[in-house]
Design a protein around this ligand. Structure first.
Ligand code: BDP
Length: 706
């Protein structure tokens, strides 16, 4: 069990459960074209039933009279004389009916039929043979993943080895892993993927690479996953040899039209473009004093004739000129400041892709207020499955509860219910057909996909949430656990318990009360480095001094960020009294002695949370060890190794942060722990061979600076 099959293992169920299964004796897949989603759905059903139930079913392609599992589109089914109670379905939706003699798996389109097949298999593989008849439709039409794969094969913020798509500045010819990835994505109803990094290399569009991208798209098409591409705004100049990349220049417009036409020759169903412009050193329209909308519309017009869309990122800020812009006091203001005046300017096939919080994938952020400003512009949320600021897959952090804090948040636009997932991203609140989800995933060649086994619950949860943001995060987690580790109750309870504690534990030992993940900000975003969190050019600041801490983002006295929310929400965050403790330091600058709603002081909360969080992390290896023999040896041991590492690193985190704020504030820990370091073993206390003493920066991550 190396993890490659993820939640699609179809492991044989116990005999007593298999005996309860009543399933038809053959499969009818209503499309005989081998590259069609309905065809692969037939094969997947055959494979899954064989694996889970040990039964070999034939697959045919014509409706027959015998009881069968029929998979196809509603149209194909009725055209072949079939009768169904399926209601009108939306794009990608499906109908699953296991009540009659024949199991009906009918999609609105082929993709929907494939999703239905995976749903049926997910039930069977969990030993669930209840008779059901229901239709389900996606909450949003855009359910994409982004990969930050570089053309040289490395992956920006990827923690699972090299790219499955690219190497040596070109595409990888063997697309086996690409197809396997598409299968995983299809099983969680993801319908699009942007394979190359948002920090895009113009060479992606060379003739050779376009042909290679065509092969990648071919490998994913049977799984209903469409390919999209990140573009580099300066390509007309750097790749095309033009003298400019001004989006209003005729030669530039022609160049992009030509590239788009060429791409669609290789990828006739290309999903669209993703653009990061004028951010973190990337080129963009602002270079020519054109607006971001003028930049985005350039691509929108080029791709429109082919039915493609443009995902234009709202993550726009210039760290080199932080002090020169009108949001100089607070990077959190950047997205709304850049986009609020452009709401009527974007073409209708443009979707503004907005990170969940106003800064950057922190352990906790308030929801981005930009969602409230994009009334006439389509929007999508950007989540991160790869755990960039969240332990980089070396720490267990089940992220669905974090995402839910955003998706369940009610922005109260114009005083009306405007819950981000249910109302805004579904398109309902502002009447949009285009809207949805993107997540940065960054799987790599490692057989575990993400670098470690338990991290895969995040990818699984992402797909489930993008389909339906109201699904309970524990339900999702438990489906994933049963599919990944089998039906043992103790395994289920233990993984649920650990996972559901994990994000909060991580937040506790890395940075709480909304102060952000107190990580090294300069580049790696991994270990503790609280002193890097101020006066850095990225604008990720805690404003800590010897008496007080937190960013004052109020309108009356601070950076004005709280005023970017609709009035009810703005009023809530404007006042210390009504700001929840867990976002206090995001919105307010308070003394370390400020009393929280919990009754503790801020500094004592810091101390307690860091000890609690590390203690929770220390419990993980013990809990996991209790599963010995209940989980296959390989996955058991690989995961145990990571959890033991995490427990140790949580202590490094804990001691670094408490020591730092203890030094800065001079306020002792009421429980007297700081400086005593419970459970910690100092290197000086060991007999070490083959090591030498060296200075350590940041000093808190070491004992005695070394
Ligand atoms: C930051 C990452 C950086 C990305 C950037 C982005 O550190 O690698 O390029 O976001 O989203 O969080 O564009």
């Amino acid at each position: 069990e190396d993890g490659l099959n993820a939640w699609l293992r179809y492991a044989r169920l116990p005999d007593n459960i298999i005996r309860q299964a009543e399933i038809p004796s053959n499969i009818v897949s209503l499309n005989s074209t081998e590259t069609s989603p309905v065809y692969v759905a037939g094969l997947e059903l055959q494979k899954g039933i064989n694996g889970a139930l040990g039964k070999t079913l034939d697959v045919t392609h014509k409706s027959n009279k015998r009881s069968s599992i029929v998979v196809g589109t509603v149209d194909a089914f009725t055209a072949a004389g079939g009768k169904t109670n399926a209601p009108e379905l939306e794009e990608d939706g499906f109908w699953l009916d296991t009540k009659g003699k024949t199991v009906q798996i009918l999609g609105q389109n082929e993709r929907g039929a494939l999703y239905g097949a995976f749903e049926y298999l997910s039930m069977l593989a969990q030993g669930n043979f209840t008779k059901v008849a229901y239709a389900t439709n996606p909450s949003a039409s855009i359910r994409w993943v982004n990969q930050w794969d570089n053309m040289d094969g490395t992956i920006e913020r990827g923690y699972a080895g090299l790219s499955i798509f690219f190497k040596n500045n070109t595409t990888i010819a063997n697309t086996t892993r690409v197809a396997e990835y598409a299968r995983l994505l299809a099983s969680i109803r993801i319908n699009g993927i942007v394979a190359n990094n948002v920090n895009a290399n113009p060479i992606t569009l060379s003739d050779e690479n376009m042909a290679g991208l065509g092969k990648i798209a071919d490998a994913m098409r049977p799984w209903g996953v469409r390919l999209g591409l990140s573009l580099n705004f300066a390509s007309p100049q750097t790749l095309g040899g033009l003298s400019t990349f001004d989006p209003l220049d005729k030669s530039v417009i022609t160049w992009w039209n030509d590239q788009t036409a060429k791409l669609y020759k290789h990828i006739p169903d290309m999903a669209g473009y993703l653009v990061k412009a004028n951010s973190e050193g990337q080129p963009g329209p602002l270079t020519y004093n054109r607006t971001l909308a003028e930049g985005a519309n350039l691509f929108a017009k080029a791709i429109k004739p082919y039915g493609g869309i443009v995902m234009f990122r709202a993550f726009v800020y210039d760290y080199q000129n932080l002090n020169e812009s009108n949001w100089k006091d607070d990077r959190a203001n950047a997205a709304v400041d850049h986009f609020r005046h452009l709401d009527d300017e974007f073409d209708d096939n443009i979707v503004v892709q907005v990170k969940y919080g106003p800064i950057d994938f922190q352990a906790r952020e308030p929801a981005s207020p930009l969602f409230a400003h994009l009334r006439n512009t389509a929007s999508a949320i950007e989540l991160q499955v790869t755990q960039e600021y969240l332990g980089q897959q070396c720490h267990l952090a089940y992220l669905a509860p974090l995402w839910k804090t955003i998706l369940d948040f009610d922005l109260r636009v114009d005083g009306e219910k405007s819950v981000i997932g249910e109302d805004v991203l579904s398109g309902k609140r502002f009447n949009k057909t285009l809207s949805g989800y993107a997540a940065v995933v960054n799987v790599g060649q490692n057989t575990t996909w993400l670098g470690t086994h338990l991290a895969m619950s995040n990818l699984y949860a992402y797909g489930r949430i993008a389909w339906d943001p109201t699904v309970d995060e524990v339900v999702i987690l438990q489906d994933w656990t049963r599919l990944t580790y089998g039906l043992n109750r103790k395994v289920l309870d233990t993984i649920t318990d650990m996972s559901m504690q994990s994000w909060e534990a991580y937040e506790n030992y890395t940075g709480n009360l909304g102060v952000q993940t107190l990580t090294d900000i300069t580049y790696n975003h991994y270990g503790p480095n609280p002193q890097s969190m101020d006066n850095n050019p990225w604008g990720q600041w805690t404003r800590a001094d010897s008496d007080s801490i937190g960013m004052d983002r109020t309108v009356w006295n601070g950076t004005g960020f709280s005023g970017q929310y609709p009035s009810e929400v703005a009023a809530q965050f404007e006042s210390i009294e009504t700001t929840p403790d867990d976002l206090l330091l995001w919105f307010h600058h308070v003394p370390y002695t400020h009393i929280l709603k919990s009754g503790k002081t801020v500094i004592q909360h810091f101390y307690d949370a860091h000890y609690d969080g590390a203690e929770t992390a220390a419990s993980f290896p013990k809990k996991w060890t209790s599963l010995k023999g209940l989980i296959d040896k390989q996955r058991f041991e690989e995961m145990l190794f990571r959890l033991e590492y995490q427990a140790g690193h949580a202590i490094v985190w804990r001691d670094s942060i408490v020591q730092f704020y203890n030094n800065v504030s001079g306020i002792p820990d009421a429980a007297g722990r700081v400086g005593h370091h419970p459970w910690r073993v100092e290197a000086e206390d060991m007999t070490l061979h083959g090591y030498r003493v060296t200075g350590v920066n940041p000093f808190q991550a070491a004992s005695g600076f070394q």
